[in-house]
Every structure is written in structure tokens, then in C-alpha cells.
Design a protein around this ligand. Sequence first.
Ligand SMILES: *Cc1c(COP(=O)(O)O)cnc(C)c1O
Length: 231
Amino acid sequence: MSTIEQNLQDVRAQITTAACNCGRSPEEVTLLAVSKTKPVTAIEEAIAAGQYAFGENYVQEGVDKIHYFADNAPTANLEWHFIGPLQSNKSRLVAENFAWCHTVDRLKVAQRLSAQRPPDMPALNVLIQVNISDEQSKSGIALAELPALAASINELPNLHLRGLMAIPAPETDYQRQLAVFEQMNQAFLTLKTSYPQMDTLSMGMTDDMAAAIAAGSTLVRIGTAIFGSRA
Ligand SMILES: *Cc1c(COP(=O)(O)O)cnc(C)c1O
């Protein structure tokens, strides 16, 4: 068995354990394999092990991989998520190539994504990124700004508002991880009363996935535990 195949089995088992420990069904948690900086051969191994949803952080690298697999594995039915910081001058490539964008945090970028989404593609699934704990970071909006941005995005014709995403500041203590993720889940549940189509809470990475799942995550973004550490 390849290492990536073994790693995927281990990560799926960790998801199952974390979900069962808090009385959730493992099927409620989607595994997004974060393949940034990794070669297509690594992605091919993951596909062979049954993984189909992949997350990329850098627009051009992601687009190159999407084109590679469209040419070389057209029947694989892969689902590509853009999870990196998005500058408005790169929005067209995201709108034209990805199925999801997790990092919408400005109306201007959302408007561009909607305008640039090709009419023959389904609406782009978007998540609003919330800056939940890391005041230094320029990515994500404050919780207080969430209702207004959600209302505006919900009006855009070629976007489908699916939920929220967060990258909390690194924290090793489980209880403190949990406290931050629970704030996100609260914001998600509150917003969902206005937008019942919201079904995705993207939170949890290699080092905090158990706490994220305990707090209600529906999608964990896992890189290192699947593909190994990055250079
Ligand atoms: C790199 C990255 C991940 C994966 O992180 P790991 O710790 O390697 O699992 C998840 N989400 C985002 C936004 C990332 O940039």
C-alpha cells in the first residue's frame, strides 16, 4: 500500500473516531485533501485510494492541476476547492476553473467571481472566511460584518452561498481549539436561520481536526497528514 493510501485510511479513521466521540455521523464530515505544493503523482495516488475532493492555495498551481486532470483523468469526477488568499486580479481563474471558493471575505471579490463565472458552469459554491482568532491576519472578516456580507453575496446570481470557513491561530490545547471552533459553529447556526441552504462549515486541519469535528465542522481541510510535510 502506498504511504498516501495508508495516510488517507488513517485520516478517515481519525474522522470517524472524532465524529463518533461526539455523537455525530462520520458521513457529516467531508474530507478535503489539501494538495498545495504536491505533484500530480501524489494526487493520482490519492485518487487511486478513493479521494476525489482536493484543495489548492495558489491559483496558477491549482489551475495547472485542474487542466492536467481534465486531460488525463476526465472521468475521475474530481472536485476542486480554492482555499488560498484571493486577490481580485486572480478571481477570473478561480471563477473559470474551481467548483468552490472558501476564502471570500470582500464583496468586491464576490461580485467579480459572480460576473466571471462562465454561464455554462453551475454556480460557484462559496464560503465566507471569518477571521475568528488571528487579529494579525488580513484574511477573513470580523464576525460583526458577517450578516451584511452574507446578505450581499446571497444576491449574486452565479454564486451559491454554502457556509463559512475559518483558519484559527495555531493552538495546541484541545479545549482552547474547541472554544474557538464553537464560536464559529454558533455564527454558522445563526446565519443558517436566514440562509437555510448553508450546509458547509469548513474548519479543521491536520493539528486540530478532532476539536473542529467536535464543534460541528462539516468539512476538514487536511494536507500534512495525507501528503506529508511541505518544503
Ligand atoms: C495548508 C492549508 C491546510 C492544510 O493544512 P495541514 O496542517 O497541512 O493539514 C488547510 N487549510 C488551509 C487554508 C491551508 O492553507
